[in-house]
Design a binder for this molecule. Structure first.
Ligand code: SF4
Length: 230
């Protein structure tokens, strides 16, 4: 694994938990709006933290009960599973952020209860995935990951970072339809869709687009499916 960053404590990235965040280096997408471009190259010799160092930082932090593994894209690392097994601790819940491009590994993690929460980005309707991700074409992998998450008893969410120049209102409706699980009941099987207005390089949100997201969200919600703007 190549880790390029570590944050001791967050109260906002893993709901209900005081968590550390570990950032993995390397991503197989190249989203046009990515604010973590420096995390995209898979630099084999990157200077970062070793597994042992990360493990020590987690074990020595008495304030946390969670760990968020994010990137880049964590599942591009073949030994992610081994890393999670190494840090496994019944007192620390694991949240994985993923772009959904590695359903095989995701299935292994879910089937073996190695993660406690999964957050997957749905970047765009399937017909626009290639442009929204800077060239990723294997839509079957994305579809497989979505179905895995929907049918899993592991808690989780879908989320979409949205910009007025990237998505139309119709795109957002299509994304909600993709995320919706018609057989969901009020249980862990229910996976919400979070619509997040993207920010520009100064961290500013387009307020008009934010309002558009809120308007659309209120129309998409049903008894068993919720879209939430945050
Ligand atoms: S998936 Fe995430 S880290 Fe990778 S390019 Fe897209 S926004 Fe950046």
């Amino acid at each position: 694994m190549i880790f390029s960053g570590f944050l001791d404590l967050t109260l906002s990235d893993y709901k209900g938990h005081a968590a550390s965040i570990v950032y993995t280096q390397g991503c197989n997408f190249n989203c046009p709006y990515c604010h973590n471009k420096s995390l995209i190259p898979l630099i084999k010799e990157a200077k970062g933290f070793s597994i042992t160092e990360v493990k020590t930082m987690i074990k020595n932090n008495p304030f946390i009960d969670g760990l968020v593994i994010t990137g880049g894209e964590p599942t591009v690392h073949k030994n992610l599973v081994d890393f999670i097994k190494e840090i496994a601790d019944k007192n620390i819940k694991i949240k994985l952020d993923t772009n959904g491009s590695n359903p095989k590994m995701l299935k292994h993690l879910l089937d073996n209860s190695l993660i406690d929460y999964v957050a997957m980005d749905i970047k765009a309707p399937f017909n626009k995935y290639k442009s929204a991700t800077g060239g990723f074409k294997d839509i079957k992998k994305i579809k497989d990951s979505i179905e895995l998450i929907k049918s899993s008893q592991t808690a989780g969410e879908f989320r979409t970072t949205s910009y007025s120049w990237l998505h139309t209102k119709n795109d957002l409706k299509k994304i909600a339809a993709i995320a919706n699980h018609k057989e969901a009941t009020e249980s862990l099987y229910l996976k919400k869709l979070y619509l997040q207005p993207g920010t520009d390089i100064n961290g500013t949100i387009d307020k008009q687009w934010l309002q558009t997201l809120k308007d659309i969200s209120s129309k998409l919600n049903t008894q068993n499916f919720h879209t939430i703007v945050r």
